[in-house]
Design a protein around this ligand. Structure first.
Ligand code: BG6
Length: 477
């Protein structure tokens, strides 16, 4: 047995990191348009990104040349609703209609994320984002507009991208530092889960032929040793970083260990009337998950932590949150001595999809699709227009080979969309850190990017992935 006959090969992107045209055709500002919130200095903004807005025909044709059957992209909420709610921007609707039409023309199924970090700025200003149920109400209304307008065009929807990462690494939604305490932090997560559950039910009602699922970042957590305390710590970490973000949508409840964790840390979720019913009754059709690696967890003793740096930090380290659980199994993330480290310090764990997908299949019995996976590196555009990215090929080869083994062992995978189809702007490291199969000729200089033709080039990995797809994953050499 190997990859299923109808396995879907493609790749991913997100509106803020890819589209550019940040103020074109009526798009409203998003939290990502505030450059002051960027993490690394010297990086470009998201204003022009890879200008997919004006290159979509060329990009989709290149994806088709690689043989894509699916393309994961996201809709910019503020392009549809410039203020996050209220008046609809028809030009935004028209743009995505064109993109979907172009995909279908080439036999590519769009896999559409409803919300990938770029919150309309108006919702951040008025409601402090997901801290308020008003944002959740606006989101459900936004979903209604999408389902109404795109029910003929989109057959695969994803709700929110990495809503778990938004809680643990606050900087990604550029709203970091606004939660006042852990209560508020976890309540923004609960609010998103309930909003997503309502979106899933609404999709089933309005688009009966479509399928919809969430897109968290999930990864297997290895115990640092066979010491039972490390094993427990790793289990708890999986509950905290993975299961508590999927169980409510599939089973209608938080894992028991998380309820205990909340109790120990005096975290009280604001569970309103109807929340748990919305969660219980939504029934996602599949689980999309971003998976770049694994975590290795070691037991550590409880100690006092600096609350302020955790709650207000740009990069909330999950291990600190786990330290607060005290019993049973307190843990922190440590290096895994068995993993290979690349020249840039990146660790490779080709088993990450295989092991994570098997665990998810056992727990949820739902179809799974990789919505992100990959290797961000600086690439060099040679004078003859070639890009020799053997490192990326090597990395993806390992992932795909082990994913195949996972499928043979029962992982319920139906598709693979690594990050990213075309180069786009990294959340922290600008355009220099590249992930694509297709190179975009631009650098960190926004002024230059504004008028640059952003010419596209095929990387070595482009030709390699084309072969992988043509052989349905059999030929990865
Ligand atoms: C995922 C996000 O966490 O990781 C993407 O969903 C992001 O938006 C990707 O780009 C890679 O991370 P980075 O920081 O290199 O952009």
């Amino acid at each position: 047995m190997s990859f299923p006959k109808d396995f879907k090969w493609g790749a991913s992107s997100s509106s803020a990191q890819f589209e550019g045209a940040f103020d074109v055709d009526g798009k409203g500002p998003t939290t990502w348009d505030y450059e002051k919130k960027r993490l690394n200095s010297g990086c470009c903004s998201f204003k022009y990104a890879s200008d997919f807005y004006h290159h979509y025909k060329e990009d989709i044709a290149l994806m088709a040349e690689m043989g894509f059957q699916i393309f994961r992209m996201s809709i910019s909420w503020a392009r549809i609703l410039p203020d996050g709610e209220g008046e609809v921007n028809e030009k935004g609707i028209a743009f995505y209609k064109d993109v979907f039409r172009e995909c279908h023309k080439h036999g590519i199924e769009p896999l559409v994320t409803i919300y990938h970090f770029d919150l309309p700025a108006a919702l951040a200003e008025k409601y402090n984002g997901w801290s308020s149920r008003r944002t959740a109400d606006a989101y459900v209304e936004y979903c209604r507009i999408l389902f109404e307008n795109f029910k003929e065009d989109v057959h695969y929807w994803l709700t929110n991208n990495e809503y778990n990462v938004m809680i643990y690494y606050g900087a990604v939604d550029m709203l970091t530092g606004k939660a006042n305490d852990l209560n508020e932090l976890y309540n923004t997560g609960h609010t998103q889960l309930v909003a997503m559950a309502k979106a899933i039910s609404l999709c089933h009602e309005m688009c009966p032929d479509a399928k919809i699922g969430p897109a968290p970042n999930l990864c297997a957590c290895y115990p640092a040793s066979s010491n039972a305390k490390d094993v427990l710590a790793a289990m708890n970490m999986e509950d905290l970083r993975n299961n508590m973000w999927v169980d409510p949508l599939v089973f209608g409840e938080y894992p028991k260990s998380i309820q205990t964790y909340f109790h120990w840390n005096h975290i009280v979720l604001d569970i309103q009337e109807g929340d748990m019913d919305a969660l219980k009754n939504c029934h996602p059709d599949f689980i999309g998950f971003n998976c770049y690696g694994t975590e290795t967890i070691e037991h550590c003793d409880y100690y006092e932590i600096d609350w302020d740096s955790i709650v207000h930090g740009d990069n909330r380290d999950m291990s600190y949150l786990v330290k607060l659980t005290e019993k049973p199994g307190v843990g922190k993330a440590v290096n895994n001595p068995y993993l290979e480290t690349g020249i840039d310090g990146h660790t490779f764990d080709p088993y990450c999809i295989r092991i994570t997908a098997r665990k998810l299949s056992d727990r949820y019995h739902l179809p799974l699709i990789i919505t992100e996976n990959g290797y961000g590196r600086k690439d060099t555009l040679e004078e003859d227009g070639t890009i020799h990215d053997a490192y990326r090929i090597e990395h993806l080869k390992g992932m795909i080979s082990e994913m195949k083994n996972g499928i043979e062992e029962g992982a319920l995978m139906f598709g693979y969309c690594p990050w990213s189809a075309v180069d786009l702007v990294s959340t922290r490291e600008g355009i220099s850190k590249r992930y694509g199969f297709i190179y975009v000729d631009r650098d960190e200089d926004d002024e230059k990017a504004k008028t640059s033709p952003m010419k596209r080039y095929r990387k070595d990995s482009f030709y390699w992935y084309k072969k992988v797809i043509a052989s349905n994953g059999e030929d990865v050499e």
